[in-house]
Every structure is written in structure tokens, then in C-alpha cells.
Design a protein around this ligand. Structure first.
Ligand code: ISC
Length: 339
């Protein structure tokens, strides 16, 4: 029997499937609980010691709205986006690139908002329930949480078969022709694809697909599908640490030092801790892990709408600033109450 969402819940909907809802209270575990349905929810820097979350019970539903209370109207006071802090970080990334410390990093700009009327569940109730290639995800507990619809899969694992993708390079859909031949976008994408292949080549037989385009309506991205036949069975946690963050969300090269730089930039720009983090589900012998982008994060009445952009040597501040807005607008379109 279906029941209203409790104060603590997690959900995921992969592709054209149903929503799996995990109802709290949750049990938090350090290791993947064998043979049980469990969510994997960590922060971006993988600092959560108990990222495995076992719900008290789970249910599959066709639509989330069935579980949500009849929506109240929502009013949000959004702050104006100020470019100063982002411009400063952008300049620091440029400096780090020019002295050869990094080739790429991914700063995040955040629009802050204040919920003046309605609740976060009323926002969730306005979600357009998207199918492939989107993965819808969410986690709410203790008055805090986040939800979104991401186009980015970190990986899917079934037995020894791992599927992943390089997803990077962004344009407005009506600029797809010039995007398709833009050397800066192609290079930015290639960094991600090459890094994924390099990280996977020593643990399996890698098959890299052709670079294509993922069409999300208003936005397009470059997409390279990658499939790997692993030499051995591997723990999910080990694969997450190997792959996350890819240069779609993290620095290239990824070292302790470059991760620290990104941590400083993200905290200066008030990026929510779960933005860009792995969000997974282990169920029925399969593990699916999304990259938690294109969502809204909240704590009480305070909302954050983060978006990130890959910065390489050829990146220009104005273009990146526009891309960040494009990505925010895509989220506002999915959750109409945010706009
Ligand atoms: C970091 C985000 O997008 C990533 C996924 C696709 C394309 C991206 C890009 O072109 O920069 C980003 O790597 C975001 O949506 O906030």
C-alpha cells in the first residue's frame, strides 16, 4: 500500500523505470550491507564514514506525486547572482593552469534562495518526472536534503560489467552545430573521456564508444559511452573512489593538493557539500550511481541552486558565467516552483 512520504526518505528513478522510495528511519552503515537494498549517499569529498543507508522499507511507485501532500503555492526570494567571487576563483584557476598545477577544474556558482511560502515538498511536487537519460534522485532527513534530475551516470555495475560515461562540454541546443566543432568544448570533453579510460584500463577490458551528443531539450552535452569488462569482481566503494570525481566535476590531475584547491574554491563559493557527489542505489545485485548535479539543496528554509562548469586554459569567464545560468535554468524548468 502506498503511503505519504515520511520526514526521512530517499528516492531514485533510473531511466524509464519507476521511482524506488526508501522510507526512513534509516540504518547507516560503513560497508555495503550484503544482499540488501541500500542507497549510497556521500558528500563530494567522500568524508561520510557511513555512506550506506538502509531504509526501514522500500516501495516502487510510478510517480512521486502520489506520495506528496496536495501542493501549496511556493514563493522563493532568490538572491541576485553576483559574479565577483566567481570571477576571483576563475582567475585563480587560470593562474593554476598557467603555472602547470592543473589542466582543468570545476568551480561552482550558487544561487541562494529563501523559501517564503510553501515547503520543500511543495517544490518536489512540481518536478517534471523525466525519463532517459535522466536519473532523478533525492534525499531528505532532519529538515535538510537535496533533489534533482541528473543526466550524468558515474557508473552502473552488474557482476563484472561496468558502464560509465564521459559527459562534459555544454551548449544551448540551438548552438549545437558550432558546438559540435568547437575545439575548446572537444578538448574539455576529451579530458574526461581520457581520464576515465586511464582509470579503468588497469582493472578491465575497456571499450570506448564514439563521442556523440546528449540532447536534453534546451541543453546539449558531449557524451562518450564507456563499457568495461572487469578482470575481477570489485567492491562498489573501491570503484567510487577510483572514478569520483571525474574531471566533469573535479580537478585534472586529481591529487590531494588539487582536491584541496577545489575544496577551498567550493567553500568560498558556498557550494553545498552534496553537489556533484555520488548518489547510488544497490538493488537486486546491481549498483547504479548518479552524479548529483542539476538539483536543489536545502537546509530549513534556505535553498541553494548550484551549477558547475569545467574550466580549462581556453575557457572565458563570460561564456562560463552564461553556461552556469543555462544549467540553473534547466533545473528551474524541471522544478517549476523554483522559477
Ligand atoms: C557540473 C555540471 O555539469 C557537468 C556535466 C555536464 C557538462 C559539464 C560541463 O560542460 O562543464 C559539467 O561537467 C552541472 O550541471 O552543474
Amino acid at each position: 500500500m502506498m503511503s505519504a512520504l515520511p520526514a526521512e526518505f530517499a528516492f531514485i528513478k533510473v531511466g524509464c523505470g519507476k521511482f524506488l522510495i526508501g522510507h526512513g528511519p534509516f540504518e547507516f552503515c560503513a560497508q555495503q550491507p550484503a544482499g540488501q537494498t541500500a542507497f549510497y549517499i556521500n558528500d563530494f569529498f567522500l568524508q561520510n564514514k557511513q555512506p550506506w543507508i538502509v531504509p526501514a522499507r522500500t516501495e516502487w511507485v510510478d510517480s512521486l506525486t502520489e506520495l506528496l501532500p496536495a501542493g501549496e503555492s511556493v514563493k522563493i526570494a532568490w538572491s541576485k547572482m553576483e559574479a565577483d567571487a566567481f570571477a576571483e576563483v576563475f582567475a585563480q584557476i587560470n593562474d593554476a593552469i598557467s603555472v602547470g598545477l592543473i589542466e582543468k577544474s570545476v568551480p561552482v556558482a550558487v544561487q541562494q534562495g529563501q523559501l517564503v511560502e510553501g515547503t520543500v515538498l511543495d517544490i518536489l511536487a512540481t518536478m517534471t518526472e523525466l525519463d532517459e537519460p535522466f536519473i532523478s534522485y533525492g534525499y531528505v532527513a532532519g529538515g535538510k536534503g537535496f533533489f534533482g534530475a541528473t543526466p550524468e551516470l558515474l557508473f552502473n555495475l552488474k557482476g563484472k560489467v561496468l558502464q560509465t560515461m564521459a559527459l562534459a562540454g555544454t551548449a544551448k541546443a540551438d548552438e549545437r552545430e558550432v558546438f559540435a566543432v568547437d575545439p575548446k568544448e572537444i578538448r574539455e570533453h576529451a579530458f574526461v573521456a581520457q581520464t576515465l579510460v586511464a582509470k579503468l584500463s588497469d582493472i578491465g577490458e575497456v571499450e570506448q564508444g564514439k563521442r556523440g551528443m546528449m540532447d536534453l531539450g534546451e541543453i546539449v552535452h558531449f557524451l562518450t559511452p564507456i563499457e568495461v569488462e572487469l578482470f575481477d569482481y570489485r567492491a562498489v566503494e573501491d570503484l567510487i573512489r577510483r572514478l569520483h570525481p571525474t574531471p566533469a566535476l573535479g580537478p585534472l590531475p586529481r591529487t590531494r593538493e588539487t582536491m584541496k584547491m577545489l575544496e577551498n574554491w567550493r567553500s568560498k563559493l558556498e557550494c553545498p557539500v552534496h553537489f556533484g557527489a555520488p548518489f547510488g542505489l544497490a538493488h537486486d545485485g546491481e549498483f547504479t550511481c548518479a552524479v548529483a548535479i542539476r538539483g536543489v539543496h536545502f537546509s530549513g528554509e534556505n535553498l541553494s541552486l548550484p551549477s558547475g562548469c569545467g574550466v580549462i586554459e581556453a575557457s572565458r569567464l563570460m561564456n562560463e558565467w552564461r553556461e552556469l545560468r543555462l544549467k540553473r535554468e534547466a533545473v528551474k524548468k524541471v522544478f517549476s516552483a523554483l522559477s
